[in-house]
Design a binder for this molecule. Structure first.
Ligand code: UTP
Length: 289
């Protein structure tokens, strides 16, 4: 079955990014020349998806507005003959069909995805975390969609992390199928140091089948009263089988201060017009350290 929809949860509180995220959603913070969330929507568009479902909460209207058409701004810019800007803004509002649903309480990532169940319906779908950026030759989602055509099973994207960092991630244990592909046996949410020798960390890209919604409904709240996605993923893996895919590319956790800074440097260095001058500046800075 063709994957047509992508769910992007953006309803989190963003506490790691306070005070910057107090009045501005962290997904709206700028990386070079556009907000983080725009890169994520562009990845979805470049992967051939037809609809984005944003899971939002109070205070996140700026994200919906960003992808909306702004008649007043369009008219003022056109009157001032700023055609380049008019085109750019129209491009953003025409990127893809965007609908949004509300997560009424911040009850965790699992609950956020469950909130999209009526709009997703009975079909496989992608999930992209609103603050996880991936820089890749072939968009990470496209790589996963290609694999799904072959496997017809849920897939989670993973990256290898140093063992001393595994406690920050959901970790996969399983059997290697081939290069970059593992059949999932177990998943451990934020394992205590020394409790796993796997370094396969789940990142913010998932390709799920609709059975996940019933499983999320049955998942009892875990740490902090939150409905953990990992518990439902483990149940889905037992039911349908699941694969972990080591995507080709680099992931940046833009919801974390250091990850965000790294993303800015990486995206600026590769920027078509700004890149060369920025790289020269980086060399100057490095030489002066
Ligand atoms: P994070 O773990 O980054 O949580 O969520 P957060 O609340 O956004 O940020 P911190 O940890 O407090 O700094 C990963 C993704 O899941 C969404 C977030 O918006 C983010 O895109 N999320 C998380 C929800 O949509 N709802 C939730 O209840 C929790």
């Amino acid at each position: 079955m063709k994957v047509r929809k992508a769910v992007i949860p953006v309803a989190g509180l963003g506490t790691r990014f306070l005070p910057a995220s107090k009045a501005i959603p962290k997904e709206m913070l700028t990386v070079v020349d556009r907000p983080t969330i725009q890169y994520i929507v562009e990845e979805v568009v470049a992967s051939g998806i037809e609809q984005v479902i944003l899971v939002t909460s109070a205070g996140k209207a700026a994200i919906e507005n960003h992808f909306d058409y702004d008649f007043e701004l369009d008219t003022v810019l056109a009157r001032k003959n700023k055609q380049g800007l008019v085109d750019e803004l129209r491009h953003v509002s025409n990127l893809i069909d965007v609908v949004s649903v509300r997560q009424k309480k911040p009850l965790g990532l699992g609950h956020a995805i469950w909130s999209a169940r009526n709009v997703v319906g009975d079909e496989p779908f992608l999930v992209l975390l609103g603050d996880d950026l991936v820089q890749a030759e072939t968009p990470c989602c496209k790589q996963m969609l290609n694999l799904f055509e072959e496997l017809q099973s849920p897939i989670v994207a993973i990256q290898r992390v140093p063992l001393e960092e595994t406690f920050q991630y959901g970790i996969i244990e399983g059997q290697a199928v081939r290069d970059r592909l593992t059949k999932v046996d177990h998943m451990i949410e934020k394992p205590a140091p020394g409790t796993t020798d796997s370094n396969m960390a789940i990142i913010g890209r998932y390709l799920l089948t609709p059975e996940i919604f019933d499983l999320l409904e049955k998942t009892t709240p875990g740490h902090g009263g939150e409905i953990q996605l990992t518990d439902a993923l483990m149940a889905l893996s037992n039911k349908r089988g699941m694969y972990a895919y080591e995507f080709e590319g680099t992931r940046y956790d833009a919801g974390d201060k250091l990850g965000y800074l790294k993303a800015i440097v990486a995206f600026a260095a590769r920027h078509k017009t700004l890149g060369p001058a920025f790289c020269r500046y980086l060399k100057e800075v490095a030489a002066g350290l």
